[in-house]
Design a protein around this ligand. Structure first.
Ligand SMILES: [Cu+2]
Length: 425
C-alpha cells in the first residue's frame, strides 16, 4: 500500500513538472522571448553562484584532506620513510595543481560571463604560452617518474648477503610463512609435490617427499584401475563413467611422470633436495621478523592472485600462481614499541590480502610480529622443522620422553646442516 502511494506521488510529480514546463514555454512565447535569449540578471547570478560553489568545493576538499589524509601511524620500515616522502611530494604537487587549475576555471568563467557591451578578443595562437604549458608539465612529470622509479628500485633491488629469507604463500583464504631453518636456504618447491591430503601443503621437495608422493599417486592409480580391471565391471558401468575413470588414470600417470621429472631434475646430487628438510612453516601462521635486520620476502600463490599488503611497512606485492614475486625490507620499530607509541596494548602489525580473491577475502590476514633478535630466535626455536612437523607420530614413538625428543630433534637438524655444508663444498 505504502509502495503504491510512493509510486503515485512520483508519477503525479512528474506530470506536474511537465505541466509547469508547458506553462513556462507558453508564457515565453507570449512575451516573444527566444529560448537562447538569457537575461543579463540570469548570467550575473550564474557567475556569482560559480564563485560560491568554488569556495564550498575548496573548503570541503581541504576539510576531507585534513580529516582523512593520514590514517596510518609512522612507517615501521626503512624504505617506508622514503615511500611516505614520495607520496607526500606527489600529494603536495597534485594539491597545488588541483587548487590552481580549478581556481582559474571558476574565476575566469565567472569574470567573463556574457555581456552585450563586451566582445571577446580573438587570440588564436601564442608560441610562448604553448612552450610554457608543454615544458612545465613535462619537467614535473619526468621528476615524478624518476623519483618514483628510484624509490621503487630501492625496495625491489638486490638484497644483501646477510638478509633473512622468508617465503609467504597465499591460498584461499590463508597465508603460509616458511623460514629456511638452520641452513638459511629455503628448500626447492614444485607445484606437483603439493599433496592436499597429506602435510606437504607447500610442495616442498625432499627425497622422502618425492618417494611419499609417488607412492600416493601409485595408490590412486591402482584404486582407479581396480574399478575397471575386469570386463564384467566395465559392462556394469555407463560408458561416460568408464571414460571418466580412464581420463583420471591418464591424468594421474601424467602427474606421476612430472614427479619423476622432479627427481631426474636433481642433477647436482641431493643437496638441493636437502635444503627443504629443515624448513619451518610457522604455526600458527604468523610473520615473525627481527627488528633492524634486512629480510627478503618471497611470495607464491597456490590458487588465484592475492596481494600481500603490509600497510604499516608501506609494502605490498601481488602473489601470483606460477610467478614468484619478491621484495626486501628492514623493519625499524618492534611491535612492543609501536604499541607504546600508539598507547594501544592490543595493536598488531598486519599482513592482509589486498586483492578481492573470494568470499572470505576479508578474513585473509595474519599478524606480523617485529621483535628483538633474541625474541625472534627464541620464537624460531619453538617452531618445528618441516620434516618433524610432518611426522609427529614417528618422533613420539622413537623417543620415550618429551625432553629427549626435543634433544634428538635439535641433533637431527644439526646433522642436516652438516650434510648440506658438505654437499655444497
Ligand atoms: Cu586473497
Amino acid at each position: 500500500m505504502m509502495k503504491l502511494l510512493i509510486v503515485l506521488v512520483v508519477v503525479l510529480g512528474i506530470i506536474a513538472l511537465a505541466q509547469l514546463a508547458k506553462v513556462y514555454e507558453g508564457t515565453r512565447e507570449l512575451r516573444k522571448n527566444r529560448e537562447e535569449d538569457i537575461s543579463y540578471a540570469d548570467n550575473r547570478m550564474n557567475a556569482f553562484l560559480l564563485i560560491v560553489w568554488m569556495i564550498v568545493f575548496f573548503v570541503s576538499s581541504a576539510y576531507l584532506m585534513i580529516v582523512y589524509g593520514k590514517t596510518l601511524p609512522e612507517s615501521a620500515s626503512e624504505h617506508g620513510v622514503a615511500m611516505d616522502m614520495l607520496m607526500d611530494v606527489n600529494l603536495w604537487l597534485i594539491t597545488f595543481v588541483f587548487f590552481a587549475v580549478n581556481a582559474l576555471l571558476f574565476i575566469f568563467s565567472a569574470k567573463y560571463y556574457y555581456r552585450r557591451d563586451r566582445k571577446a578578443k580573438f587570440f588564436p595562437h601564442d608560441n610562448r604560452l604553448e612552450l610554457i604549458w608543454t615544458v612545465d608539465p613535462s619537467v614535473v612529470l619526468a621528476f615524478i617518474i624518476i623519483y618514483g622509479l628510484r624509490t621503487w628500485n630501492s625496495m625491489t633491488g638486490e638484497t644483501s648477503a646477510e638478509a633473512i629469507q622468508v617465503e609467504v604463500t597465499s591460498e584461499q583464504f590463508k597465508w603460509f610463512v616458511r623460514y629456511p631453518g638452520a641452513d638459511d636456504v629455503l628448500g626447492a618447491v614444485n607445484v606437483n609435490m603439493i599433496d592436499p591430503g597429506a602435510q606437504n601443503l607447500l610442495g616442498i621437495i625432499t627425497e622422502e617427499n618425492i618417494a611419499a608422493r609417488l607412492e600416493k599417486v601409485d595408490e590412486d592409480i591402482a584404486k582407479e584401475e581396480a574399478k575397471i580391471d575386469t570386463q564384467a565391471k566395465v559392462d556394469l558401468l555407463p560408458d561416460s563413467e568408464v571414460e571418466a575413470i580412464e581420463d583420471k588414470i591418464y591424468r594421474l600417470q601424467r602427474l606421476k611422470r612430472r614427479i619423476m621429472d622432479i627427481k631426474n631434475y636433481d642433477v647436482n646430487g641431493i643437496s638441493a633436495w636437502k635444503a627443504g628438510e629443515d624448513d619451518i612453516i610457522a604455526s600458527p601462521a604468523e610473520l615473525h621478523l627481527p627488528v633492524g635486520v634486512e629480510v627478503e620476502l618471497n611470495f607464491r600463490s597456490k590458487d588465484v592472485i592475492h596481494s600481500a599488503y603490509m600497510p604499516h611497512f608501506r609494502a605490498q606485492m601481488n602473489t601470483v600462481p606460477g610467478v614468484p614475486t619478491r621484495f626486501k625490507m628492514t623493519p625499524t620499530i618492534t611491535t612492543a614499541d609501536m604499541r607504546a607509541k600508539l598507547d594501544d596494548p592490543n595493536f598488531n602489525y598486519l599482513l592482509l590480502c589486498n586483492k578481492i580473491c573470494g568470499v572470505s577475502h576479508y578474513n585473509m590476514k595474519i599478524p606480523i610480529i617485529i621483535e628483538t633478535q633474541e625474541e625472534y630466535e627464541q620464537w624460531l626455536s619453538t617452531q618445528k622443522t618441516f620434516v618433524a612437523a610432518e611426522e609427529p607420530a614417528e618422533s613420539t614413538e622413537d623417543n620415550a620422553s618429551e625432553g629427549e625428543m626435543e634433544e634428538s630433534e635439535a641433533e637431527s637438524s644439526e646433522d642436516v646442516t652438516a650434510q648440506v655444508i658438505t654437499n655444497e663444498n
